[in-house]
Design a protein around this ligand. Sequence first.
Ligand SMILES: *Cc1c(COP(=O)(O)O)cnc(C)c1O
Length: 343
Amino acid sequence: MEKIPNLDWANLPFGYVRTDYNVRCYYRDGKWGEIEVSSSENINIHMAATALHYGQEIFEGLKAFRGADGKVRIFRLEENARRIRESAMGLKMVPVPEDLFCEMAKKAVELNARFVPPYGSGASLYIRPLEIGMSASVGVRTSTEYLFMILVSPVGPYFKTGFAPTKICIMREYDRVAPKGTGRWKVGGNYAASLGAGERAHELGYSAVLYLDPKEKKYLDECGPANFFAIKDGRYITPASESILPSITNMSLQQLARDMGIEVECRHITVDELDHVQEAAACGTAAVASPIGEIDDLDTGKKYVIARDGKPGPVTTRLYNHLRAIQLGEEADNHGWNTILDI
Ligand SMILES: *Cc1c(COP(=O)(O)O)cnc(C)c1O
């Protein structure tokens, strides 16, 4: 192995760091080609490509961790391979075969093994697969050529100053997605549509926006790039909605909750119900679970104070610790979630 990069792992931001290689595969003439390994950070794209004009872009986000035993684990690789296919079908793109996705992700991690942060640093290797429409077209139509590629970047621990609750807000004048729109797929365009609300929330001192269902504005949806869950009377409750992304972290936490004997309810959650929850958190690959201390409804002026003592709740903390321990190989992976690489 080449030498270990001189990076301050524990203080890396959630950002882009150049690594040695990325992997690419083109869909042309009705088939996926050979896997290409590149050390270039650039891609060559036609100026009329559908990705640039009509938003044919989908992505994924997952992580690899250096474990207690020195091995590298990719968390829920197959689930991400499955989900990007759903996104592709949603945007009328050609889906990447799941085995090709998995092979390329493993290759991207193996080729950049020296960038997988050391065990104990709290950092990880973020894996970012993306697919874009490459055909030149000024008329609105789906592409016939695609590029699927995977880049990786080491990222620091999400909680630099400790696992602590933050404040989020509800603002009814913004929607991320339409009621039967693209919210259930991992699409770059959904993020573009949420930048305005996110910036406004940050200006007002909130870490995120808790979006309501875009049709009735009555039920909780999700927190921008993360799902939402709460603990109410000992149950794990999380929104059922057609306009949110099925988070793989949420799915995993639900399974761990059931394993601990906690009942899971996936259903509509009204805003008023926030008065009766004991814990709340945003969940996703970046943070696993990010505790929510307070939710301010900016339209009604109502403040839902959840973490009265300013600390994360006990159930959220247990779930968070359990999932992290599985990712790091410290606890048994009873559900077979990790893909282990001997690198
Ligand atoms: C990626 C994403 C999430 C989190 O999903 P994970 O699979 O848990 O990382 C939640 N909501 C949206 C909108 C996302 O894009």
